[in-house]
Design a protein around this ligand. Structure first.
Ligand code: C2E
Ligand code: MG
Ligand code: MG
Ligand code: MG
Length: 275
């Protein structure tokens, strides 16, 4: 009886594994096709300066259509691209699209900066700073209107190499944002030595500040340390007015979240900002 049960478990497990592999293969094929055909979408989420309630920045987020009217999760798409060696190609595509969008519409929409996520491979291969700057400039956009978002784990893994690349980018006027801050590795001690300009508070922290006094205190410490080190703070994942008020009270300068706006395709983003 035991043998039979475990056989069945294995069979079910293999079935699910097959299904997963099929799905991944399908997404990967769609991703490669969409990059080649330039049908991979880039959506934009507004970032608000709390001081005057204006949207002065936006974050570019990749969107791969799933063929059923929706999209695959961006996190899944990025991780798949990383595991299959095409995240640099994907990253170049998103950077070019976002810079072209910013060049064409940024001024009219009152945007000072466009934020673009970088994955670890993009930052740590060959002549990455030169390559990234060349892509930005070839779109005609001033690098001073770009913020590149990187996660903390990249810095921790290879601080020397990363610092060198980031310094080059910053010398050209690019801002560097540390994404998903406030979870995992986050240490306030080393903030003074990092080649970054902006901290983006992860939504898992934002969404706990009203229920956890400890997380509330952590947010305040982060904002305080950021100010001491001349860094700006963006709180991500703001979904309610109460959260927005608590963030404003902490002294953070910017908010990004569903409370005001979700990521949107170009045309919708354009209409939203104009209104
Ligand atoms: P991220 O860079 O931290 O981006 C913010 C994520 O939070 C986005 O998810 C955004 O849609 C979501 N978000 C913003 N406000 C709220 C809110 O109020 N509530 C909730 N529940 N979510 C909110 P998205 O677009 O699914 O992207 C997930 C992650 O995938 C990004 O996290 C980023 O790490 C990665 N990613 C997305 N596009 C790119 C890209 O072009 N290149 C790279 N390397 N990574 C990307
Ligand atoms: Mg980001
Ligand atoms: Mg984030
Ligand atoms: Mg994230």
């Amino acid at each position: 009886r035991f043998a039979k049960e475990s056989d069945r478990t294995v069979a079910i497990y293999n079935g699910q594994l097959d299904e997963m592999i099929r799905t991944e293969g399908d997404i990967l094929r769609r991703l490669k096709d969409s990059i080649r055909q330039k049908s991979l979408e880039v959506w934009y989420q507004p970032i608000m300066l709390l001081e005057d309630g204006r949207y002065t920045a936006a974050e570019a987020l990749v969107r791969l259509p799933n063929g059923k009217g929706g999209h695959f999760s961006a996190g899944q798409v990025i991780s798949l691209a990383e595991r299959n060696g095409i995240v640099e190609e994907l990253g170049d595509y998103v950077l070019s699209q976002a810079c072209a969008f910013m060049k064409a519409h940024g001024e009219r929409l009152g945007l000072k900066r466009i934020g673009i996520n970088l994955s670890v491979q993009q930052l740590l291969v060959g002549a990455s700073a030169d390559h990234l700057l060349e892509l930005i400039r070839s779109s005609g956009l001033d690098p001073r209107r770009v913020t590149l978002e990187i996660t903390e784990s990249i810095l921790i893994q290879s601080i020397d190499r990363a610092a060198e690349v980031l310094e080059k980018l910053r010398q050209a006027g690019v801002h560097i944002a540390l994404d998903d801050f406030g979870v995992g590795y986050s240490s306030l001690n080393y903030l003074s030595n990092l080649p970054v300009d902006i901290l983006k508070i992860d939504r898992s922290l934002t969404q706990q500040i009203l229920t956890s006094p400890k997380q509330y205190a952590l947010l305040h410490s982060i904002v305080e340390m950021a100010a001491i080190n001349g860094l700006l703070v963006v709180a991500e994942g703001v979904e309610t007015q109460a959260e927005q008020e608590a963030i404003a009270a902490s002294g953070a300068q910017y908010i990004q979240g569903y409370y005001y706006a979700r990521p949107m395709p170009e045309a919708e983003f354009d209409r939203f900002i104009k209104e």
